[in-house]
Design a protein around this ligand. Structure first.
Ligand SMILES: C[S@@+](CC[C@H](N)C(=O)[O-])C[C@H]1O[C@@H](n2cnc3c(N)ncnc32)[C@H](O)[C@@H]1O
Length: 397
């Protein structure tokens, strides 16, 4: 059933949340995004929709059904600054609540959709999620959240994200928890190597935080502060090859059409790293599309999945209202959408990993006491390094 829901998208980036909702028939009537690189992409894909800049300057918004917000996670993520919800970046979310507060109660949007890193539930003893849910309740909403994996929605990228949904009247449990795969079909054990598969990992690591993903890539990230992209590496065992994905495949791994971020290259001084930054920051479109379809057509919820808790530790899925919190026993896979595994998914050639990059990773890996690498992986790296030294691969730049 096509939907006529209207959206105001805050911290909209390149529109990952909104694009998923559009695919289910909703339409954006307002964006707020400060970064010019992202604004250029939004203008190109959502022509005519007004885009406000800094959220701190927003006084009012059009009347809408849904507010979306994937607020900056630099202060929350494990890889980021860990300052928590009071940090200068993540603290910007308070302006979202200021804006909703300024709307007369009966005219407030029915739905608020917030997305962020899964680590938010544990950072600073859960103060971030406590703050968010407290504010939502103060503004008259019940809420639910669930940590979900992008792989559940048909893309070979392991990307765990927290989806927080609040509603004024509707039952958020029917949106977030009515679908569930009890035993997701994934096993990312490192020793588990099938010669036909592809394996993703962070080549910048080696001793810990490897991100090993069987026939998929680990979470795409934004790269360094100075705009140097660091896409994950992909190992092809049967070819003894190590490379990184093309930006266009990375857009696809996030559920976008290829060249979604190309418009940003029209800006003066644009760099390829800008595209990587925007893609790594985005919400996976497949994930938000699932959420949109659930909001439009909620399913049946089984209360037997829930139990009231007293918040010593925030669970992976919960819902609450008026100060009560209930843990919900669901997995990170609401559905198991058939998608291509990585070895069939990629459309563009991989860029060979440089000798410096491979050798650095190799040295860390063989000296790692924490990770037990399989011999075939170590041997494959040695073969790849020899191939590079023998001139098998060409390197541009
Ligand atoms: C995690 S990203 C959101 C990504 C987005 N959901 C997407 O799919 O691309 C956070 C966004 O907040 C934007 N942002 C940061 N500070 C802002 C501010 N003061 N006002 C408006 N947007 C801001 C950043 O530029 C960034 O694009």
């Amino acid at each position: 059933m096509p939907s006529s829901l209207t959206i105001a998208g805050f911290f909209a980036g390149i529109g990952g949340i909104e694009e998923g909702f559009h695919k289910e028939g909703a339409s954006s009537v307002f964006f707020c995004e400060k970064d010019e690189r992202a604004r250029t992409v939004l203008q190109s894909h959502f022509p005519g929709v007004p885009i406000a800049g800094d959220i701190q300057d927003v006084i009012s918004i059009p009347k809408v059904d849904i507010i979306t917000a994937g607020f900056p996670c630099q202060d929350l993520s494990q890889a980021g600054l860990k300052k928590g919800i009071g940090g200068t970046q993540s603290g910007l979310v308070q302006h979202l609540f200021r804006i909703i507060d300024s709307i007369e109660k009966s005219a407030r949007p029915e739905w608020i959709v917030i997305e962020n890193v899964s680590y938010m539930i544990s950072l600073d003893s859960g103060n971030a999620i406590k703050y968010l849910t407290g504010e939502l309740e103060r503004l008259g909403y019940s809420w639910g959240y669930r940590i979900v994996d992008a792989r559940a929605f048909g893309v070979p990228q392991r990307r765990l994200r927290l989806l927080l949904v609040a509603a004024r009247h509707a039952d958020v449990r029917e949106v977030l928890f009515s679908q569930n795969i009890e035993d997701p079909p994934v096993d990312d054990t490192i020793g588990n190597v099938d010669n036909a598969g592809y394996y993703g990992f962070y080549w910048t690591e080696g001793k810990r935080g490897l991100g090993w993903t069987v026939d998929g890539v680990p979470t795409l990230k934004i790269g360094s502060k100075i705009g140097i992209p660091s896409p994950p590496a992909i190992w092809i065992p049967k070819e003894d090859f190590f490379g990184t994905p093309d930006i266009r495949d990375s857009e696809r791994l996030q559920g976008f059409e290829i060249d979604w971020t190309l418009p940003t290259m029209s800006l003066p001084k644009a760099k390829q790293g800008d595209r990587w930054h925007l893609v790594g920051n985005a919400v996976c479109v497949n994930m938000s599309r699932w959420l949109a379809s659930q909001i439009i057509s909620p399913g049946q919820y089984h209360p037997s999945l829930e139990k009231e808790i007293h918040r010593k530790k925030w669970p992976k899925a919960a819902y609450g209202y008026k100060g009560k919190v209930f843990e919900v026993s669901v997995s990170t896979w609401p559905v198991c959408t058939q998608g291509e595994p990585l070895h069939n998914f990629l459309n563009f050639p991989l860029k060979p990993l440089s000798h410096k990059g491979m050798n650095g990773f190799y040295t860390r890996a063989v000296n790692s006491e924490l990770i037990n690498y399989p011999n075939c992986f170590i041997g494959s790296m040695e073969k790849y390094l020899k191939d590079i030294e023998g001139g098998t691969y060409e390197f541009s730049e």
